[in-house]
Write a new protein. Structure first.
Length: 319
């Protein structure tokens, strides 16, 4: 399918009014491009670790919308032009000019697969489900994963950092808690290295589906890998479901702003001597996270590791 893309050159002041007008005309999938920087408060509420650098905001913006080229007879476009002209009496629309281009549907679900191939982390091979097991992989742990478009593949630095620590600390029969489990990759890796059971939590219901699918792909039963939806930090029902003083390993590859409150209570679920393996920490947040960990008298930091600009902090429950 081909789509006609229309770009309205306007101002940041007019973006909300234009977006509302497009919605009233039945146009969905509006895209806004501007250089308005997130505030620190907005970044914190969105769990953004660092705010990207943008060009200076000059007040300009572009609002894009798309119409099916087979059905687009410019009727909607004419109405959009009328709406924009009508909005000029309410705010500064700026140029209000509309440019047209054409774009084509692509199979985004599958096209990206040509760029992702088998790789290894230590003796662990992580391979996409569409590739075969080679002679080189035989005799080594193999993680076969089909992450779709929403969750990780293990190639990101933060996931590598946690996997390396799991390879180091997991012992046969260990109980593992995976906080913010996403695709379940860390739980599956822990089970591949001999853990007896893994329990995952995540706020996203799609993570439950992805984790179970990846468990099935690796011949891991749903009894070996259990996953529930919810927040372990402040939901008593979720905390109770996870259990207390139960785990030999807790892993959490989540953002620093979540790790900090988690560090105040995670020891409740850990056995004495258990390890808390974390990442998702951008280097500029390292000191902040380390300070939060040190504030919990039950935790002692045993390792801090780096991969590019990302950080792993591994702590142990001391008492």
């Amino acid at each position: 399918m081909k789509w006609n893309k229309y770009s309205i050159k306007t101002t940041t002041e007019a973006v909300d009014l234009i977006s509302a007008s497009l919605s009233e005309l039945g146009i969905e999938g509006i895209e806004i491009c501007d250089n308005v920087q997130l505030t620190q408060e907005e970044a914190k509420s969105m769990f953004v670790d660092f705010i990207p650098d943008l060009p200076e905001d000059d007040g300009s913006a572009v609002v894009n919308f798309y119409l099916d080229s087979d059905e687009d007879d410019h009727t909607i476009l004419d109405k959009v032009k009328e709406e924009i002209e009508g909005l000029r009496i309410f705010c500064n629309i700026g140029e209000g000019t509309i440019t047209e281009s054409e774009t084509e549907d692509k199979d985004w679900i599958n096209n990206w697969k040509q760029y992702w191939h088998t790789f290894n982390i230590g003796d662990l091979y992580i391979k996409p489900t569409w590739e075969e097991v080679t002679e080189e992989m035989k005799g080594h742990p193999i993680l076969s994963i089909d992450p779709g478009t929403a969750f990780g593949t293990g190639s990101h630095e933060t996931t590598r950092l946690v996997i390396r620590q799991l390879q180091k600390y997991v012992k046969p029969g260990d109980e593992v808690l995976d906080v913010g489990c996403g695709s379940g990759i860390l739980s599956v890796v822990a089970l591949k290295y001999g853990a007896g059971h893994a329990f995952g939590t995540d706020l996203d219901p799609n993570a439950i589906i992805a984790s179970h699918e990846n468990a099935d792909q690796n011949d891991i039963s749903h009894e070996q890998l259990e996953v529930i939806e919810g927040n372990i930090i402040d939901d008593k029902a979720i905390k109770d479901a996870c259990g207390y003083e139960k785990y030999d390993i807790v892993c959490a590859n989540i953002l620093a702003d979540v790790l900090e409150p988690l560090s105040t209570c995670i020891h409740e679920h850990m056995k004495v001597g258990a390890y808390f393996i974390t990442s998702g920490i951008i280097d500029m947040k390292e000191e902040e996270v380390v300070t939060a960990f040190k504030a919990n008298p039950h935790l002692e930091i045993v390792e801090v590791n780096h991969d590019g600009e990302w950080v792993n902090v591994t702590a142990r429950r001391a008492n």
